[in-house]
Design a protein around this ligand. Structure first.
Ligand SMILES: [Fe+2]
Ligand SMILES: [Fe+2]
Length: 340
């Protein structure tokens, strides 16, 4: 064995690494519960390609129904398909801020899951409406209405992304995670409702799997928040109240109908949206009725209210669902940070 080189006066200390930075690497575990959830996420991993796609036959639907289903998945993709990019960025931030190892790993697992959810949108659309969501030429008024609505929807998705990317580094973990928690609560509510409503075996399996993932994402958010909420300042509490309203406004597009306050949409959007959603509904996709959606969303919001009020966080008024609370008026795109 060669002799070690030990400089006179001892080893030279490596320079301090300017922060934020992903280095130095370390794997601290503070929250065992999160580490256990991450293990579970690996065991519950599934492959969208293995769903019984042969059973999804375009000929089983009318043209309007196929368009309606494509439209619903295009709306869903505005949320679920932003998931991989949104959580990939959050994962990088968790590394840079040296969050404990299971937080980083859980973020990564959500990124992985969201990629699967996005793939479900992609595969369904490719099967039923090749070229969808936008790379096709409408042949009549209904198709033009769908194409145009999707364009407007993604215009707002783009505003969300711009806002999210500039806001994600500025918000503290409790603020960020309350928004994430809301998105996951919305997602698990949506897919639970859809899997009970759908009449199609492919969608039934898909929604059940996605719903299970979303319930796990919700658990991750809640576990992180249980660590973060006890140290809240009044200023952060007020910010969270605004975030909750922002989450409602943003997520209502897929859970129910878009309220005033963020969505930039042409005046005819909503009427055409309703007609297209009706076609998806009649196709047996499992889209709940307007009233059922409102009731599910109200129950989910009331659940969130009960959780946050325990920590002294005021709940925003949601007059759309007859939920009382603190009035929150204008919502800036940079306040919209929930993820599915
Ligand atoms: Fe998702
Ligand atoms: Fe999720």
């Amino acid at each position: 064995m060669a002799d070690l080189t030990i400089p006179e006066g001892g080893f030279w200390p490596a320079p301090e690494i300017p922060q934020p930075n992903i280095y130095p690497m370390e794997w601290h575990v503070e929250t065992e519960k999160l580490a256990a959830i991450y293990e579970k996420s690996k065991r519950e991993l599934w492959n969208p390609a293995d769903l019984p796609w042969d059973g999804l036959d375009p000929d089983d639907f009318t043209r309007e129904q196929r368009l309606g289903i494509m439209y619903w998945f295009a709306v869903l993709a505005n949320f679920d398909a932003s998931g991989p990019a949104v959580f990939a960025r959050a994962t990088i931030q968790a590394f840079e801020k040296h969050e404990e190892d299971p937080v980083r790993k859980c973020f990564f697992s959500i990124t992985r899951d969201e990629m699967n959810h996005e793939e479900c949108c992609q595969r369904t659309i490719a099967r039923l409406w090749p070229g969808g969501p936008l790379d096709w030429t409408p042949a009549d008024d209904l198709e033009s209405a769908a194409h145009n609505n999707i364009g407007w929807l993604y215009h707002n998705g783009g505003r969300y992304w711009t806002g999210y990317t500039s806001a994600v580094g500025r918000y503290s973990l409790p603020v960020l995670f309350t928004s994430f928690m809301m998105g996951e609560m919305a997602a698990s509510t949506l897919f639970r409702g859809m899997s009970s409503g759908t009449r199609h075996p492919v969608f039934s399996k898909m929604f059940e799997r996605i719903g299970r993932d979303e319930a796990r994402h919700l658990k991750i958010c809640m576990t992180i928040l249980e660590n973060e909420w006890p140290g809240l300042t009044d200023e952060t509490r007020a910010l969270i109240t605004r975030q909750l309203r922002a989450g409602f406004v943003f997520l209502s597009m897929i859970l129910w109908e878009p309220p005033e306050g963020f969505w930039e949409l042409p005046p005819y959007f909503l009427n055409n949206h309703r007609i297209l959603m009706d076609h998806a509904r009649q196709a047996g996709l499992g889209v709940l009725s307007y009233d059922e959606q409102a009731e599910n969303w109200r129950v989910a919001m009331a659940h969130i209210r009960a959780i946050v009020e325990r920590w002294g966080i005021a709940f925003p008024a949601i007059p759309e669902l007859d939920l009382e609370g603190v009035p929150v008026d204008f919502i800036d795109p940079e306040e919209i940070i929930p993820v599915f």
